[in-house]
Design a protein around this ligand. Structure first.
Ligand code: NAP
Length: 255
């Protein structure tokens, strides 16, 4: 490639973002900077440059893009990172930088699945007592608080890091991080006599085993839909597609 190195910001926190960083460090003339929010105490780090912490909203990110002379933004944050996704679009537009959203597809129900889809966490809290009493809650630390006031249920909450809020006696924390196996999920659900699973529609293979296990055990799954984006950017679904999108951009200009 002629001209200056292309500087790519990958907004990360996902397996796809790490996969993309691994692809891009091998591309001559490309510098990849991955960004993490800093939510997890001991994050899995991508290869290449990494920065950690918020930018201060869309305006802060736009300033950062210009100051760092970023040539392209790939927003590979989690499908439920709703604020960052909007800020990335606004900041890229303000800074005049090409932007694409890298988002893995959601899961698709298979024969035998008993999925109940709801729009958001509040709807899941309302629906949960109608589906079961012994809950495996896998929606993460940030949404845990909404489920804590529920009475008449017993909750096994799987989280990467412990939440700061006090945990009531009917909630038990299980600290762990995927990927998970079907055998492991079956064992967990049987050991805790789980009768309903609550999940986001995160998609991807790393946390899919709980859905297979729930199907085998004929358990209902309360599936919280992805937040609907207010604006629809260009979207790709895999790290390879994102790398292809970057390769199709005009070469970076020396500056
Ligand atoms: P969010 O609600 O959309 O973002 C909240 C704020 O966190 C943003 O406004 C931004 O702060 C900061 N932020 C988010 N992602 C960032 C990144 N990659 N780099 C720098 N700052 C970032 O996001 P979230 O749901 O809290 O998710 C935070 C991170 O965890 C993301 O990297 C996401 O990929 C990852 N993650 C989220 C989930 C989930 O279920 N939500 C699951 C797995 C992983 P400023 O406004 O200060 O810039």
């Amino acid at each position: 490639m002629s001209g200056a190195a292309r500087r790519v910001l990958v907004l990360g926190g996902t397996a796809e973002a790490r996969a993309l960083a691994a692809l891009l460090v091998e591309v001559p003339g490309t510098v990849v900077v991955s960004s993490l929010a800093g939510r997890v105490a001991d994050p899995r780090l991508p290869v290449g440059e990494v920065r950690i912490g918020g930018f201060g909203g869309a305006a802060g990110l736009a300033r950062w893009l210009s100051a760092q002379r970023i040539d392209a933004v790939v927003d590979a944050t989690h499908p439920y990172a709703a604020r960052m996704r909007v800020a990335a679009i606004e900041a890229a537009r303000a800074a005049g930088v090409p932007h694409v959203r890298l988002e893995r597809p959601g899961w698709t129900a298979q024969p035998g699945d008993r999925w109940y889809r709801v729009a958001d966490v509040d709807a899941a809290v309302r629906a949960l007592p109608t589906l079961g009493r012994r809950v495996l809650l896998t929606t993460g630390r940030q949404s845990l608080a909404a489920f804590l006031p529920l009475t008449g249920v017993r909750i096994l909450a799987r989280v990467v890091d412990a939440p700061v809020e006090p945990i009531p006696p009917h909630v038990r924390l299980l600290r762990s991080r995927g990927p998970y196996t079907v055998e492991g999920e079956l064992e967990l659900m049987r050991a805790h006599d789980i009768d309903v699973v609550v999940t986001k529609d995160s998609g991807g293979p790393l946390t899919e085993a709980k859905l297979v296990a729930a199907r085998r055990l004929d358990l209902p799954v309360l599936m919280i839909d992805r937040p609907k984006p207010p604006v629809l950017p260009a979207v790709v679904h895999t790290a390879d597609e994102a790398a292809g999108w970057l390769a199709g951009l005009p070469a970076a200009q020396p500056g």
